[in-house]
Write a protein that binds this ligand. Structure first.
Ligand code: FMN
Length: 347
C-alpha cells in the first residue's frame, strides 16, 4: 500500500512539507553559557532534516521561564546567532524548522532562577521532586502582577520576532504539558482576580493575546500551537477543561494558524471528559491542520494519516534513536529502540 505519510503536504500557501512526519519538540539540555544552542545541535538538527517539519526543543522566551538545566533561549542576540547556524544548515539540507516558544511558569525552582521564586498565574505550587536533582522539591511560587503578565505576552512576541530573525520557518506556541500558558488555561492553577482569570474568557486571554499579537505581525500561516486537552503532566484535570478547550479551539480557528499539535506522551490514553483520545478531540473541534503525537509506532503513524485521524504525525523518541527515521520507515526497515541513556549525548 502507498502510505500517505510519505507524500508531500501543503500546509498553506506559504509552506509545503515534503512528507507528513514531524520531529516532535525534544528538550535535550545541551545549551551552553548564556543559554545559546550548542554547536553540536547544528548537526543534530541537520541530520534530521528529512522529516517534513522539525519543531525545535522548547526554547525559553524570558529569563523567568527556565525550569531545566541548559535549555536554550530566544531572548538575547547571542541566542539568535546560535539558532541562525541551525536554521541555515537545516535549510541547506532542504528541511523546514519551527521554533517552540516556551515559558515553564511554576514548573521551576530557584536553582534555575538566580535564587528567585518561580512565577505563575496564581501562587499554587506544583508538588513533587524536581527532575534531574536528587532530592529538591518544587516549592513556593509567586503570583504574577498584572503588568508582568503583559510583559510576558511581549516576551512571547519578541521570541517570535527573534525566531524569524534567526531564519526559522515558523514558531510553535507551547501551550501544552502544564507549562505557563497551560497554567493560565486551567481553573486549578489560575485563580486570578484580574482580566487574566476569573472566567473562561479571562483564562483564555493570555494565550489568545499571544496568538493575536504574533499572527498580527507575521500572519497565521507560520504559527502553530501545541495543546494538551488531556491533562497528564505537571497539571491536573479540573471540571470545565472540556469547555475550555472546545472554546479555545473555536477561537483559534479565526487566526488561520498553520496547525494545532497534540501534547501528550501516549496518545492511546483515553479521557472521559474528552470523549476519547487527545488527537481525536482536537480533530473534532478544530477545522485546520492537526498534528498527532504520542507513542506512535511506524505502523500506527501510517494508520493515523491514512484514516484521516490527523494530517501530520510528530515523532519524538524514535527520532532521537534514529536520525534517518523517514528513510528507515519508508523501506520498512527495523528501527533502533530508544533508551534513556541516549539522552546523555547529542548525536
Ligand atoms: C526527552 C524528551 C524531551 C521532551 N521535550 C519536549 C519539549 O521540549 N517540548 C514539548 O512540547 N514536548 C517535549 N517532549 C514531549 C515530546 O514532544 C512528545 O510529545 C513525546 O515524547 C511523545 O512522543 P514520542 O512517543 O514519539 O516520543 C519531550 C519528550 C522527551 C522524551
Amino acid at each position: 500500500m502507498n502510505h500517505q505519510i510519505f507524500a508531500p503536504y501543503k500546509l498553506n500557501e506559504q509552506l509545503e512539507l515534503k512528507n507528513r512526519i514531524v520531529m516532535a519538540p525534544l528538550t535535550r539540555c545541551f545549551a551552553t553559557e548564556g543559554f545559546v544552542p550548542n554547536e553540536l545541535a547544528i548537526d543534530y538538527y541537520a541530520k534530521r532534516s528529512s522529516v517534513g517539519l522539525i519543531i525545535t526543543e522548547a526554547t525559553v522566551v524570558h529569563e523567568t521561564g527556565h525550569g531545566y538545566p541548559n535549555t536554550p533561549g530566544i531572548y538575547t542576540g547571542e541566542q539568535v546567532e546560535g539558532w541562525k547556524k541551525i536554521t541555515s544548515k537545516v535549510h541547506e539540507n532542504d528541511g523546514k524548522i519551527f521554533l517552540q516558544l516556551w515559558h515553564v511558569g511554576r514548573v521551576s525552582h530557584p536553582i534555575y532562577l538566580d535564587g528567585k521564586s518561580p512565577v505563575a498565574p496564581s501562587a499554587i505550587p506544583l508538588s513533587g521532586r524536581v527532575p534531574r536533582t536528587d532530592d529538591l522539591q518544587y516549592g513556593e511560587v509567586r503570583e504574577l502582577e498584572t503588568n508582568e503578565v503583559y510583559d510576558l505576552i511581549d516576551a512571547f512576541v519578541k521570541g517570535a520576532r527573534n525566531s524569524f530573525a534567526a531564519g526559522m520557518d515558523g514558531v510553535e506556541i507551547h501551550a501544552a504539558n502544564g507549562y505557563l500558558i497551560d497554567q493560565f488555561l486551567r481553573q486549578q492553577t489560575n485563580q486570578r482576580k484580574d482580566e487574566f482569570g476569573g472566567s473562561l474568557e479571562g483564562r483564555l486571554k493570555f494565550v489568545l493575546e499571544i496568538v493575536k499579537r504574533i499572527t498580527d505581525e507575521f500572519g497565521g500561516q507560520k504559527v502553530g500551537i501545541r495543546l494538551s486537552p488531556g491533562a497528564y503532566f505537571n497539571i491536573e484535570h479540573t471540571d470545565g477543561d472540556e469547555e475550555t478547550f472546545k472554546t479555545l479551539l473555536k477561537e483559534l480557528e479565526g487566526y488561520n494558524l498553520a496547525y494545532v499539535h497534540t501534547g501528550i506522551f501516549d496518545d492511546s490514553m483515553s479521557f472521559d471528559y474528552l470523549g476519547g483520545n487527545s488527537t481525536s478531540f482536537l480533530r473534532k473541534h478544530f477545522k485546520g491542520t492537526v498534528i498527532a503525537c504520542g507513542s506512535y509506532s511506524p505502523q500506527s503513524a501510517k494508520e493515523v494519516i491514512d484514516t484521516d485521524g490527523a494530517d501530520l504525525v510528530a515523532i519524538g523518541r524514535p527520532l532521537i534513536a534514529n536520525p534517518n527515521y523517514v528513510e528507515l520507515t519508508k523501506e520498512n526497515k527495523e528501527l533502533i529502540a530508544y533508551s534513556e541513556e541516549m539522552l546523555g549525548s547529542l548525536e
